[in-house]
Structure formats: structure tokens, C-alpha cells
Design a protein around this ligand. Structure first.
Ligand SMILES: NC(=O)c1ccc[n+]([C@@H]2O[C@H](COP(=O)([O-])OP(=O)(O)OC[C@H]3O[C@@H](n4cnc5c(N)ncnc54)[C@H](OP(=O)(O)O)[C@@H]3O)[C@@H](O)[C@H]2O)c1
Length: 286
């Protein structure tokens, strides 16, 4: 846990939001992981617009602080930045304990933090591969487990998990990342069914290529997928995810092309899908 200031108190006169008490999120708190950069920042903004108080978390203190201050000021909500490495053992537990000590009850959990790594599995760095499972899978399950029973008891709120269109097929040359997102999709759909009729919502957001720092960390910049595919800006991706969550939509795939790709992956012979994914994950020109 990194030392960061406690809650940034809302300027209730800011953002011209005297209506905030009537907004759907008024009186509720959304915890957004990976909210220092990329899709997570925009997901946090979607919740703030609708009057949710926020907890934003990631490893980088400075951008977290900036996001919390900006959203508190713009939307007249309370935003608490908490620095936490969720890839670390018990990172989720540490985060939830920190929130409990501040008296914060989480109504909505947005499991967005994640990273990918491109390249052949052979000779890849083991810590990078296992770290992906720690963050994309273990921390997501840990946080959900810690907060789930409270949501069920209160009969409201829910979980918005960020997977990827990678979830719909295995991913040669990015094998662990695709498998981690397949886990997120499968887990989310199962929880959606377990929560049916309880008042608790579960959605799985599956973006295709989206403008963020993801590509830089994943090293996917030279792949055919990266050079050939359209990249969506992160705000429309977040907005579709947010709306899908509010409608308790089980799976939200952003963009018509990505929806078509996911449908094809489900219906085409697996051997053909594997060869196609290997081709698009190969560096351009090979
Ligand atoms: N961009 C795409 O093309 C794309 C497509 C499909 C799915 N996704 C998924 O979308 C989600 C968000 O990714 P993004 O595209 O917004 O990427 P991004 O710009 O790299 O943002 C990733 C976020 O996760 C945080 N994070 C990374 N490692 C962490 C750790 N160990 N502990 C806590 N937080 C950590 C980062 O903050 P710090 O570095 O400050 O910790 C950052 O806030 C991911 O789950 C990703 O798999 C992205």
C-alpha cells in the first residue's frame, strides 16, 4: 500500500451538479482497479458522472491522485485514491482492509487492472507470465470474493469485469494473456447466473484493440493485429461497458467488428481459428 491522501472531498458546488443526490449512483461507491491510465480512468469517469463516489486504485500514485482530484472536482463526488500493487500476494486483501479501515463500503467492483505480453511461450520470462495470472486472474477473484457476499446481503451493486475479445479463443503467441481473459469471461458468466434474481449485477466487458498504454507494455505494437485493426478510443469502450453493466448485460463486446470476430471464433473450426490467431499475432512481415 502506498501512502496517498485520504478521500478527496467533493466540491459540491463544482461541475454544476446540484442534482447529484438524484443520480443513480448517489450514496454508492465504485472501486475501479487500474484507474491511473487507460480504460480504467474512463470507467471511473462513467461512474462519477452518475453520482457514484469512487475508490481508484493502481500502482502509480501521481496519476491516481490526478484522476481522483479531477473527477471529484468535475462531478461533485468523493474520490479516494489508494495505491496498491494488485499483482502482489494478498494485494486484494490489503486493498480491502485499507478501505475497511477508512469505513468505505464498496457497492460496485470494477476489475479492470490487467496487462498482456506478446511472443512465443518458449523462452519467455516466467515472472511476466505468472504475474499476468496474478493480476488478471488471482487479484480479480480475490477482490470479487472479498466483496461479493456484502453485495448479495445488500441486494444491490455488482461486478464489472474487464476481459477482452481475446477471451473467445486461445491465443498462440500470446497464450497466457488469452487464457487469462478466457478465465475472466467464464468466471463472470458463472457469477452472472449465480446472482440472477438477487439484485446484484455482473457484466463482462470485452474490448478489442483500444487506445491506452496496454500495447506498450504488452509489446504487441509490431503484430499484424496491431497494424491492421482499428483501435477504439477508450471513452466509448468504457461507456459501452458502463451501460452494459447498468443493464446487467452478461457480456459486452465493444464495436461491430469485434462482435463479428467473437461470433466467428465461436463458430469456425478451432484448428482454423488457432492458425488465424497465430497469423495475426505474428510480427508484421513474417
Ligand atoms: N487496450 C486494449 O487494447 C485492451 C483490449 C482488450 C482488453 N483490455 C483490458 O483492459 C484492461 C485495462 O487495460 P488498458 O488498455 O487500459 O491498459 P493500460 O493503459 O496499460 O492500463 C492498465 C491499468 O492497470 C494498472 N495496473 C497494471 N499493473 C498493475 C498492478 N500490478 N497492480 C495494480 N494495478 C496495475 C495500471 O496502472 P499502474 O501501472 O499505475 O499500476 C493501469 O492503471 C486490462 O484488463 C486489459 O487487459 C485492453
Amino acid at each position: 500500500m502506498f501512502p496517498l491522501p485520504t478521500a478527496l472531498l467533493a466540491d459540491k458546488n463544482a461541475g454544476g451538479s446540484p442534482m447529484s443526490s438524484r443520480k443513480p449512483g448517489a450514496g454508492q461507491t465504485a472501486l475501479v482497479t487500474g484507474a491511473s491510465y487507460g480504460i480504467g480512468v474512463d470507467l471511473a469517469e462513467c461512474f462519477a458522472r452518475d453520482g457514484y463516489d469512487l475508490v481508484v486504485t493502481a500502482r502509480s500514485p501521481a496519476p491516481l491522485q490526478e484522476v481522483a482530484e479531477r473527477l471529484a472536482r468535475s462531478y461533485g463526488i468523493k474520490a479516494t485514491p489508494v495505491g496498491q500493487d494488485l499483482g502482489a500476494t494478498s494485494g486484494g486483501q490489503q486493498l480491502v482492509s485499507a478501505l475497511q479501515s477508512k469505513g468505505i463500503v464498496v457497492d460496485v467492483l470494477v476489475n479492470n487492472a490487467g496487462y498482456g505480453h506478446a511472443g512465443a511461450f518458449s523462452s519467455s520470462d516466467l515472472a511476466t507470465q505468472v504475474g499476468m495470472i496474478d493480476l488478471n486472474v488471482r487479484a480479480l477473484v480475490e477482490l470479487t470474493h472479498l466483496l461479493w457476499d456484502g453485495m448479495l446481503a445488500r441486494k444491490r451493486g455488482g461486478v464489472l469485469n474487464v476481459a477482452s475479445t481475446a477471451a473467445f479463443q486461445p491465443g498462440p503467441l500470446m497464450a497466457v494473456y488469452y487464457a487469462s481473459k478466457a478465465f475472466v469471461l467464464s468466471f463472470s458468466e458463472a457469477l452472472w447466473e449465480e446472482a440472477r434474481g438477487t439484485g446484484v449485477k455482473v457484466s463482462c466487458l470485452c474490448p478489442g484493440p483500444t487506445a491506452s498504454r496496454f500495447r506498450e507494455r504488452a509489446g504487441t505494437g509490431r503484430t499484424r493485429l496491431a497494424t491492421a485493426s482499428a483501435v477504439m478510443p477508450s471513452m466509448p469502450v468504457a461507456e459501452q461497458g458502463y451501460r452494459g453493466f447498468q443493464a446487467n448485460k452478461r457480456v459486452v463486446i465493444t464495436g461491430a467488428r469485434n462482435r463479428m470476430g467473437a461470433a466467428m471464433a465461436r463458430t469456425m473450426p478451432r484448428s482454423m481459428v488457432l492458425r488465424m490467431v497465430r497469423y495475426i499475432q505474428s510480427p508484421h512481415g513474417r
